[in-house]
Ligand binder design. Structure first.
Ligand SMILES: [Zn+2]
Ligand SMILES: [Zn+2]
Length: 231
C-alpha cells in the first residue's frame, strides 16, 4: 500500500489546516521571516554583511562560552505568534512540529554534537505550564538528528524570575548559578535546544557551566531569535 504523500497539519500561527506538513499557511508564511544573514558569533540577524568577523552590533563587545548559535527564524510576525501560543497555550503539538523542523535544519557544523540538551524548568514552572517546551523540541531534534537526548544532565538549582521582564545585567544575575550538572561532561559535545533566544544569557550560562567542566563543544540552536531590528 502506498503511503499518502501529503500530511496535513495546523498552521502554527492561525491553526488553519495546511497540507504538506508546512509550518505555516500561505498567508501566515508571508510573515514568517527566515533568519538568512547570521552573525558569525551570536547567530543573530545582521543587516549588511560587512566582513566584520568579530560580531554584530549586539555581540561585538561580548564573549560567549558557546561555539556557535543559530536559529532558522526571526522572532517576529507569525513566528512570534506561533511561539507564544505554543508556550502559553500551551500547545504540545506545535512544540512537536517546531522540533521536527529544527531537527531537519541542524546546521552542518553542529552535527558533530553527540548529545542534545535543553534548559530545565523548575518543578513549579513545569507544573504550571504542563510541559517544558524546550524538552519537547529537543526530543524531536534528537530523533531527527539521530543524536542522544540527555534529559537529566542539567538541573535547576536556583529559583529565577521570568527573564523577559529583566535588563541584560539583571538577566545575568538572575541566572548566575541557576543550573548544575548531574554527570561529568569532559570531552563531550552538546547541542543546546530552546524555543527562543533573546540575549543568549541562558545559553551562555549553561555553556559556561559545561565548558568549565571540560565539555569540548557547545552549540546553541533555537527555533526563533529575537533581534534588535525587529523590536
Ligand atoms: Zn496561518
Ligand atoms: Zn552577533
Amino acid at each position: 500500500m502506498k503511503r499518502p504523500a501529503l500530511i496535513s497539519a495546523a498552521c502554527l500561527s492561525c491553526a488553519t489546516i495546511v497540507p504538506g506538513g508546512a509550518l505555516f499557511c500561505p498567508d501566515c508564511g508571508r510573515y514568517a521571516l527566515e533568519l538568512v544573514r547570521r552573525c558569525p558569533q551570536c547567530g543573530g540577524f545582521i543587516e549588511q554583511p560587512n566582513g566584520d568577523e568579530l560580531g554584530c552590533r549586539f555581540c561585538r563587545d561580548k564573549k560567549f562560552a558557546f561555539d556557535a548559535a543559530a536559529s532558522p527564524f526571526i522572532y517576529a510576525g507569525a513566528v512570534a505568534k506561533a511561539v507564544t501560543t505554543m508556550k502559553y497555550g500551551p500547545i504540545y503539538r506545535s512544540a512537536v512540529a517546531m522540533g521536527r523542523f529544527l531537527g531537519t535544519h541542524i546546521p552542518d557544523p553542529m552535527r558533530i554534537a553527540d548529545r542534545v540538551i535543553f534548559p530545565p524548568m523548575s518543578r513549579m514552572a513545569l507544573f504550571l505550564r504542563g510541559f517544558n517546551q524546550a524538552a519537547v523540541l529537543a526530543d524531536e531534534v534528537a530523533r531527527r538528528g539521530v543524536m542522544l537526548l540527555d534529559t537529566h544532565l542539567l538541573k535547576k538549582v536556583k529559583r529565577t524570575k521570568q527573564q523577559a521582564e529583566l535588563s541584560l545585567d539583571e538577566r545575568k544575575r538572575n541566572l548566575s548559578g541557576a543550573f548544575a550538572l548531574t554527570r561529568p561532561v569532559a570531552g563531550k559535545r552538546f547541542l543546546l535546544i530552546d524555543d527562543v533566544a533573546t540575549t543568549l544569557t541562558t545559553a551562555n550560562e549553561i555553556a559556561t557551566l559545561l565548558k568549565n567542566n571540560g565539555a569540548d563543544k557547545v552549540f546553541v540552536l533555537t527555533f526563533a531569535r529575537k533581534s534588535l531590528h525587529f523590536d
